[in-house]
Structure formats: structure tokens, C-alpha cells
Ligand binder design. Structure first.
Ligand code: SF4
Length: 222
């Protein structure tokens, strides 16, 4: 099984004892977010797949292995924002909405953000540490502890293998998913060929999961 893709950008930091890297995927959309719950179900594996590639085959020109520590979407279109009067729109920062959003191993935040405070909110990435040093508001931020990050990558490896096995086994069953109020059938261009009736039996109803729930689940799977 060969998986093809194109990583927009890889940033590396060569340290004394290791080389760490992050991948960036630019999106021509607004406010693109990475949903860990979708990744858990095997639906949104692009960013994590890039990280696996970096972990398994990435190396510097000098042959040093690369330890992946983050993957991010960067939306190229600015997000919408409410203002009280149209004239106030001119005061909005021109680069708002361009913040990277994805998944980050906060164990190496010192490399990615040299002035990152030991507690509090990061200026570059979406996460913050509480006074006791643990991550706060995990469900809304992008931070993950080193072990959670590693668990997610291993789960992605398992999911990719599972999907590949099903394809190689000839599994072509029509079994679309539904997650919250979304199903790909709503926008499918080949619906008239497939003829799957939305709401039909055979739909896989997936359980929505928050980031914290995914991390807890993966930690318990060990
Ligand atoms: S309409 Fe058919 S092909 Fe399209 S997403 Fe649904 S199940 Fe898949």
C-alpha cells in the first residue's frame, strides 16, 4: 500500500541531541481546525499521516532522524469577526486568523517558542499551562503532553493500517459515516451513482469525542 501526499512545509530545529520538526499545511479556507475526534475515528488523518512520515522516514541532509513535535493548518483566508460599526473593521489586525491550529507536543515548546512562559498562554500556539504545570482547556487548545502526542501517532498508524487492510481485503461496502450532524453523503458528487439514501440503514453513527476524551481513551488502550 502506498500513500501519496504533498507536505506544504517542514520546519526543523537542530539541537545538540536531536532534531525536531513540525509540518504546516496551508489551507485556502477560513479558520481551518484539526478535529482530534475525527482523527480518532480515522476520518481526518492527513496531518497525523505527515507526522508519521516524518517520524519514520524523515531525516536531515546529514542523516539525523527527525522527531515530529507538531502539525498545523494555517488558513490563508482571514476569519470573519463581528464589529459594532463597519468603520471599525479597518482597525482589525491584518494577519488575524493566520494562527497555526493543529496538534502540538508541548514537551518541546521551548524549541518552537523561545520566549514561551512556563505557565500561562502561548503567544504563538493555541494552548496554555495552568499554575500547576498541567495543560489547561485541552478541548479547545492544540496542546498535548508528550505521551498523548505519541499515543495519537500510534493510533493513526493503526488506523491507516486498518483502512489499508480493508481495501486490500476488497471491502467496498457502502457504509458512510455520520458524526454529529454531518455525513459526506450530504455533499457527495457521485450520490446519483451510489444511490445511498441518506438516513438509510447501513450508516455508521460515530460518537463525537472531545480531545480530552480521545487522550483518555488512547491512554487507557495501552
Ligand atoms: S453518497 Fe455514496 S459514495 Fe457518496 S459519500 Fe455517501 S455512501 Fe459514499
Amino acid at each position: 500500500m502506498r500513500i501519496r501526499g504533498l507536505i506544504d512545509r517542514v520546519d526543523l530545529a537542530e539541537l545538540a541531541d536531536e532534531t525536531v520538526g513540525i509540518v504546516v499545511d496551508y489551507k485556502r479556507t477560513r479558520n481551518k481546525r484539526f478535529d482530534v475526534g475525527e482523527a480518532y475515528h480515522g476520518l481526518s488523518l492527513q496531518l497525523l499521516g505527515y507526522l508519521l512520515l516524518l517520524a519514520d522516514q524523515g531525516e536531515t541532509l546529514a542523516g539525523r532522524p527527525i522527531r515530529p513535535v507538531g502539525a498545523f493548518y494555517v488558513s490563508l483566508l482571514q476569519g470573519y469577526e463581528s464589529v459594532d460599526h463597519p468603520a471599525d473593521a479597518a482597525d482589525l489586525a491584518p494577519d488575524r486568523g493566520a494562527a497555526p491550529r493543529g496538534i502540538l507536543d508541548t514537551d518541546r515548546i521551548d524549541v518552537l517558542e523561545s520566549e514561551a512562559p512556563p505557565t500561562g498562554r502561548s503567544k504563538i500556539f493555541s494552548f496554555f499551562r495552568k499554575k500547576d504545570g498541567t495543560l489547561g482547556n485541552i478541548d479547545r487548545g492544540d496542546g498535548a503532553e508528550q505521551e498523548q502526542f505519541a499515543d495519537l501517532l500510534e493510533h493513526t498508524r493503526y488506523k491507516l493500517g486498518e483502512l489499508a487492510d480493508r481495501i486490500l481485503d476488497g471491502d467496498v461496502g457502502v457504509a458512510p459515516y455520520r458524526l454529529k450532524d454531518f455525513s459526506p453523503c450530504q455533499w457527495c458528487e457521485v450520490n446519483s451513482v451510489c444511490r445511498f439514501e441518506f438516513g438509510d440503514r447501513g450508516m455508521r453513527h460515530l460518537v463525537p469525542m472531545k480531545r480530552s476524551e480521545v487522550f483518555t481513551q488512547l491512554g487507557g488502550d495501552e
